[in-house]
Design a protein around this ligand. Structure first.
Ligand code: UD1
Length: 375
């Protein structure tokens, strides 16, 4: 007898989730006899610029469910998502919950699923990443989510090792590659046509900057140090800075952060960008400065030098195999590393095993085997 299709509930909540969900949802929807995927949006990010634009660009369907969590403290945001997600699971329990990344939505929904009676099994995409910095809210989210997950999809060998060291059964771990890079490869050509440079009057060479980690933007001393470095690097080339909403409010509070246009500062603030515009700018940047996780991965594949303004990374493969360098927040170190990178212009082509645009297909294979067994 043929097994029933698997009912899979995918969870997305914040900007970096949508790049991972899009290729997976597409691959699952292509096999309707085997899978019934549904998408729940927790509403952790809710702005047009932080959420809606990605649905349009990736051709993602409207979410089947919207939890409308919104912004709040960690406890309140996580609790709101948990309360409403429990109702979703009670009303219509799926065969699996699939969570991605390390945001509050990821941990909230894993926790709810694993405490249902009977538990709903959880699959975690991008499992095993560890910065070993527990002051980072994402690190707490990663550790808890992985400890609760029944299936752990990893992007690199270091992630497998981290999970094994935490006692996770190797049969649960599947190294599949990187969904973020599936999305990057799929959209690289269309991003070439993006009008962002013309629209904002950006000319090469330029550096591209993103900042949003609480450890960098919520502490005025750290943020001030970073801007000392940026003004110095900005003497060599303009720095384009699409500003995350968290960072915008911090800059306002501390009276920092360059100008929104030509007011003398080399740091040029613009609105948060859509995926295609941002990819267009990343690919053409002489240098990227960031504290984002995903951008360390994307620059590695694009071959663009990346300076990570943090003391640690949960993505060491971007250093060993990619273009990433950890430079912390000391102004001298940032400026020296930037000048060094700019002395050697040109792209540095890199490959990372399994970051080939086919991660979604590998994940679907794993679920297809589960579906055949009739679970
Ligand atoms: C979250 C994730 C982080 C991820 C980042 C990408 C957690 C713990 N952190 O951080 O891992 O890298 O998203 O963006 O889950 N805001 C808006 N509009 C929005 C969303 C947020 O204005 O659509 C503002 C709110 O003022 C909010 C602030 O941004 O207070 C922070 O949002 P929040 O979701 O709490 O965390 P992020 O800093 O975005």
């Amino acid at each position: 007898m043929k097994s029933k299709p698997l009912r899979l509930l995918l969870v997305g909540g914040a900007r970096p989730n949508f790049m991972k969900i899009a290729p997976l949802l597409r691959a699952l929807r292509a096999r309707p006899a085997r899978f019934i995927p549904r998408l729940v949006h927790t509403g952790q990010h809710y702005d047009a610029a932080m959420s809606d634009v990605f649905f349009t660009e990736f051709g993602l369907p409207e979410p089947d469910l919207h939890l409308g969590a919104g912004s709040a403290t960690h406890a309140v945001q996580t609790a709101r998502i948990m309360e409403s997600f429990e109702k979703v699971l009670l009303a219509e329990p799926p065969d699996w919950v699939i969570v991605v990344g390390d945001v509050n939505s990821t941990v909230a929904c894993s926790l709810v699923a694993s405490k249902m009676s009977p538990p709903v099994p959880v699959a975690h995409v991008e499992a095993g990443l560890r910065s070993r910095d527990r002051a980072m809210p994402e690190e707490i989210n990663r550790i808890i989510t992985d400890s609760l997950s029944d299936l752990l999809f990893t992007t690199s060998a270091d992630a497998d090792r981290n999970l094994r060291a935490e006692g996770i059964d190797r049969r649960r771990i599947h190294r599949v590659g990187n969904l973020m890079i599936d999305t990057l490869r799929r959209h690289l050509r269309s991003a070439d046509g993006a009008a962002v440079m013309r629209e904002h009057g950006i000319v090469r060479p330029y550096a591209l900057l993103t900042l949003h980690r609480p450890s960098n933007v919520d502490d005025p001393d750290v943020l001030r140090r970073i801007f000392v470095a940026l003004e110095e690097v900005g003497k060599d080339l303009p720095i384009i800075f699409p500003v995350h909403p968290r960072t915008l409010s911090a800059l306002g509070r501390f009276g920092l952060g360059g100008g929104n246009d030509r007011n003398g500062s080399a740091v040029r603030r613009i609105q948060p960008l859509g995926y295609l515009d941002f990819l267009h700018l990343q690919k053409r940047a002489a240098l990227v400065l960031t504290d984002s996780g995903g951008i360390q991965e994307e620059t590695s594949i694009l071959g663009v030098p990346c300076l990570t303004l943090r003391d640690n990374t949960e993505r060491p493969v971007t250093i060993t195999h990619g273009t990433n360098r950890l430079v912390g927040t000391d102004p001298h170190r940032i400026v020296a590393a930037a000048r060094q990178a700019l002395r050697r212009p040109g792209r540095r082509k890199r490959t990372i095993p399994l970051w080939d645009g086919r991660a979604a297909g590998r994940i679907v294979q794993v679920f297809a085997r589960i579906q055949e067994k009739g679970r």
